[in-house]
Design a protein around this ligand. Structure first.
Ligand code: ADP
Length: 484
């Protein structure tokens, strides 16, 4: 798939440190999850290169922060336009290493790029404050300044967007960055870095340190331990988030964590059922169920339960599973064998405890799993507690609004929730009662660069996107002017 790039020079296999492409001693394999074929080998860097990247970023900081916001914005905007111009090649690279259908990959390139456009604009609006004084001889001012070197550790499910969502606000605020992309999907990150170079990013301001799973742990340690790194942003599992948070404790780093979810999707009896089914498909089956905001638990009110399940199953049966490069495919492979094992485990556990398979239910071949709907699911099943991260929709039954809210909130996670209702009173009651950072009301798609994305409870800390997104990367400084 990578032989057909219009601009083959976007296929980078070395890491980027201080404006130089760095090969390192070893290499690791990047494979196509749809076929298991080797795509290429990427530089397998470790602790010493991570250290060098942090030092380069630290050295680049004074000049980067000294630029005007407008100058930084111009570079971000050039990078944005380059990503859009090369969207075809970037989508191919993304589908090759990640597996999602080409049209979805293209959607991610446009979405990922949009964070650069948004934060290029926001760069100019990092306003301070002047506070009315209580002492005539004094004046109180508040400045907002870049926090310093930022590290970003990112996952494989959105190989571009999870990077730009962190890096764009950091750069806009005046912070240099060191990125550690997921070992499964380094190629999209490196292609984006090549375009950042072409956009005029100064050496050391944007560094990408690649490594395999084992080396990622060593690289992560350096990023957490170095004092010079003042902020760590991570998207991935809650388990790894906890490790990184502990590793950052000695140096008291600022942290943004976007961790696991276990999103409830509630359908009330006053909902527009067809619209609820559309929303469930969009939320559940995007990226074959591999997003942290995918509906993980569907709760449907008793009186509409059977008709919702039947309508959902009919739509699910129309999904097309296959290689993401094939026309018409809507469901690609899962990322690796562990991912498909987990989905199989969740389905087996549910059916052994009484759930009914309405459609799908098993592995097709290799890493491809049938889009699945399970009915009569109950809260003693694994899929009620854990994120399945695959194309399985478990449908639970509820009787009352209070019961639905209680079931939805019965999780340590709190990233996204969704519900369908046409009753304005219910929309406010339920919207306010759900314990999550984001709530989709009569929609299954909520992500966009202009809004604050993030979770409560063990789903994380901080917000990405929106005007709030830049707050993570600035420190508030109070200036007291006396003797006036
Ligand atoms: P996922 O379950 O989505 O693969 P992970 O949390 O395992 O999520 O991985 C997300 C990112 O965190 C990847 O870039 C991975 O390399 C990195 N990572 C995993 N474990 C560690 C660790 N102990 N230290 C630093 N980075 C890690």
């Amino acid at each position: 798939p990578l032989a057909q790039l219009k601009d083959p020079s976007l296929l980078k296999t070395d890491a980027l440190i201080n404006g130089e492409w760095v090969g390192g001693a070893g290499r690791f394999d990047v494979e196509d999850p749809a076929t298991g074929e080797l795509l290429t080998h990427v530089a397998n860097l470790g602790a010493s290169e991570a250290d060098a990247a942090v030092t380069a970023a630290q050295a680049a900081w004074p000049a980067w922060r000294a630029k005007t916001a407008k100058e930084r914005a111009a570079i971000l905007m050039r990078w944005y336009h380059l990503l859009i111009q090369h969207a075809d090649d970037l989508s191919r690279i993304l589908t090759a290493e990640q597996g999602k259908p080409l049209a979805e990959a293209r959607g991610e390139i446009v979405y990922g790029a949009s964070f650069l456009e948004w934060f290029a604009e926001e760069a100019k609006r990092v306003y301070g404050e002047s506070i009315p004084t209580t002492d005539p001889t004094k004046r109180y001012l508040v400045l907002r300044q870049p926090v310093g070197v930022c590290a970003a550790i990112t996952p494989w499910n959105f190989p571009l967007a999870m990077i730009t969502r962190k890096v764009a606000p950091a750069l806009a605020a005046g912070c240099p960055v060191v990125i550690k992309p997921a070992e499964q999907t380094p190629l999209t990150a490196l292609a984006a870095a090549e375009l950042a170079q072409r956009a005029g990013m100064p050496a050391g301001v944007l560094n990408v340190v690649t490594g395999d799973g084992e080396h990622s742990v060593a690289i992560g340690k350096v990023l957490c331990e170095r004092d010079a790194v003042r902020h760590l942003s991570f998207t991935g599992s809650t388990e790894v988030g906890r490790i990184l948070m502990a590793q950052c404790a000695p140096s008291i780093k600022k942290l943004s964590l976007e961790l696991g979810g276990n999103a409830p999707f509630l359908v009330f009896d006053d909902a527009d059922l067809d619209s609820a089914v559309e929303g469930a498909i969009a939320s559940k089956y995007r990226n074959a169920g591999q997003t942290c905001v995918c509906a993980n638990r569907l709760y449907v009110q008793d009186s509409v339960y059977d008709s919702f399940v039947a309508k959902l199953a009919a739509k699910v049966e129309a999904l097309k599973v296959g290689n993401g490069f094939e026309a018409g495919v809507t469901q690609g492979p899962l990322i690796d064998d562990a991912a498909i094992d987990k989905v199989e485990r969740h389905v087996a556990d549910a059916t052994s405890k009484g759930a009914r398979v309405i459609t799908g239910g098993s592995r097709l071949h290799d890493r491809f799993f049938q889009p699945t709907v399970l009915a009569d699911v109950t809260d003693d099943m694994l899929c009620a507690r854990e994120e399945t991260f695959g194309p399985v929709a478990p449908v639970f039954r509820f009787q009352t609004e209070a019961e639905a809210i209680q079931m939805a909130n019965a999780t340590e996670f709190g990233l996204a929730s969704y519900f369908y209702s046409r009753d304005i009173g219910r929309i406010f009651r339920v919207g306010e009662a759900l314990e999550s950072g984001m709530v989709g009301v009569n929609t299954g798609l909520i992500s966009t660069a202009e809004v604050p994305f993030g979770g409560v409870k063990q789903s994380g800390l901080g917000r990405e996107g929106g005007h709030q997104g830049i707050d993570e990367y600035v420190e508030t400084k109070y200036l007291c002017l006396g003797d006036l």
